[in-house]
Design a binder for this molecule. Structure first.
Ligand code: ADP
Length: 488
């Protein structure tokens, strides 16, 4: 099949989270299976910088083109590169006004949030790019709210265009809580006929909701874990779209994300001070020593070293972590924390870092290499998420023999088997259910107790490192979804 991926993030070129990781790795697996995959992403300033730093080739591929839609016009410059490490074509859509900004998701310089306009432009440019480059995809695979308009555009009559005559769409929800919401006035920027301004289309309680359009108009919908696929059909986790999802559940599938087994491999990781594999964990001990040094924590390698690597937003359970962390540190834990996000969380965590400077190091920022060193050097990874569509961090941690302590929600419940004192044959981490700091503390405390039980710990670590989160299985499920979208 010829499959077109359109995404706001592609790792390693521009990523803020799991979306980038998935779109950077799933195409490789599909290509291995013999499919022809083509990627489109925006040419952000950050992407341009990435190409400059890496020395990878990126070249303009078409003359600058006017993109026209409804009453709108904007210029797109198309660049061609390949997904790093592969020969999969990657097209980047350039437009300085929309994409040359301080951050990937910055609003306009005057503070106006023009997300709807930016990504409507991007989706229209993807369509125009396909027409000009004679790319006729059988599947357009759109991801999250940014590219949710593609299924709607395809539905709105594009199939008369040669490029899209037999195209079907698949829409993947990576996080239902970011929906691409805009004011009624912003509907004009979408450039769809007014009949799409309706509750069974893009209108949602008086606003434009791009994600709703993706859900309604895609031929198939997927989300990133089976458990999250169930949860988003409930009022508690449906973020206002549970009704729509329930009524369309016949075309909704949960497919657990895989991880990039090459990038996240303790046996070959170039970012870590030592390499190791299951059964041969000397390198992990070295990595811990070196991480304690880097964190300037008084080197007490016998203490369990907890870690937390995350965007600092309420989804990630930072409100549970902050009250629990002091208790954990006083009970004898060490901790390293890497994150960036909301100011109130950055401040509160930095404060704990300075109050417990001998036991806890807090890095505010985004640093991929440091994230690797943390997964390798820590003993435990905290993930007290309030909701978690799939979660990649816990899978990276498992692969590095770092036991996750998670709230049993979304994909965390699909990947972590909590130790209950009797199931050491299968358990690979620790879990709790209620979103309560005391319950997080109890689960972390259980982790600390068992860290001292060398035999149990080794067993759990072996289980963790034996988990197979390779993309192959997931890619097969995507392949079946594409076939269903095509009516097969
Ligand atoms: P989400 O997509 O909701 O942020 P995931 O667990 O699916 O959560 O993916 C998070 C990804 O982002 C992982 O690759 C993780 O290592 C990375 N990450 C998050 N915060 C940071 C940070 N501050 N520095 C480096 N990597 C980070």
């Amino acid at each position: 099949m010829r499959i077109l991926f359109a995404s706001a993030e592609v790792s390693p070129i521009a990523k803020t989270g799991g979306l980038g990781d998935v779109v950077g790795s799933l195409p490789k697996e599909l290509a291995k299976m013999g499919h022809e995959v083509i990627l489109f992403m925006p040419l952000y300033r950050q992407a341009r910088d990435w190409f400059e730093r890496s020395g990878e080739i990126v070249e303009q591929t078409l003359p600058t083109t006017q993109i026209l839609w409804a009453n709108w016009a904007a210029e797109a410059t198309f660049f061609r590169a390949t997904l790093p490490g592969t020969d999969i074509p990657l097209y980047l859509v350039g437009n300085n006004h929309f994409f040359n900004r301080d951050q990937i998701y910055s609003p306009r310089p005057d503070g106006y949030d023009d997300g709807v306009e930016r990504y409507a432009f991007f989706c229209r440019a993807v369509i125009r790019g396909c027409e000009l480059l004679s790319i006729a995809p059988e599947i357009v695979h759109a991801h999250d709210w940014h590219t949710a308009l593609l299924p709607a555009y395809l539905h709105s009559g594009l199939r008369t265009s040669d490029a899209f005559r037999s195209t079907r769409s698949v829409y993947t929800i990576h996080n239902l809580n970011y929906q691409g919401i805009g004011s009624p006035a912003q509907f004009a920027a979408v450039g769809l006929h007014s009949r799409y301004w309706a509750p069974d289309a893009l209108e949602h309680f008086g606003q434009v909701n791009l994600m709703k359009g993706g859900i309604i108009f895609a031929d198939q919908i997927t989300t990133v874990s089976p458990n999250y696929a169930r949860e988003i059909q409930t009022p508690a986790l449906g973020a206002g779209l549970d009704g729509v999802l329930r009524s369309l559940s016949f075309k909704l599938t949960g497919i657990l994300n895989g991880i990039d087994m090459d990038e996240w491999n303790p046996a070959t990781d170039p970012h870590t001070p030592a390499n190791y594999e299951a059964g041969q964990l000397d390198g992990k001990a070295l990595s811990k020593h070196s991480l304690l040094d880097e964190a300037r924590l008084r080197s007490k390698p016998k203490r369990p070293l907890f870690s937390f690597v995350s965007r600092l937003v309420d989804q990630k359970g930072v409100d549970l972590l902050i009250p629990a962390l002091g208790h954990m540190l006083r009970a004898g834990a060490n901790a390293v924390i890497l994150g960036s996000g909301e100011g109130r969380y950055e401040t509160a965590l930095a404060q704990i870092g300075s109050e417990y400077s001998e036991r806890c190091r807090v890095w505010i920022g985004f640093d991929n290499a440091l994230a690797h060193r943390i997964y390798a050097g820590a003993d435990l990874l905290l993930m007290p998420s309030i909701y978690e569509p799939c979660g990649l961090n816990q899978m990276y941690a498992l692969r590095y023999g770092t036991l996750p302590v998670v709230r049993m929600t979304g994909g965390l419940a699909d990947t972590v088997i909590p130790f209950d004192g009797t199931n050491e044959e299968s358990a690979n981490g620790f879990g709790f259910v209620m979103p309560d700091p005391a319950d997080l503390y109890t689960a972390a405390w259980l982790g600390m107790l068992n860290y001292r039980e060398a035999r149990v710990w080794k067993h759990l670590q072996t289980n963790a490192m034996a988990e197979d989160f390779s993309w192959e299985r997931s890619a097969r499920e995507y392949e079946s979804t594409y076939q269903r979208a095509m009516g097969g």
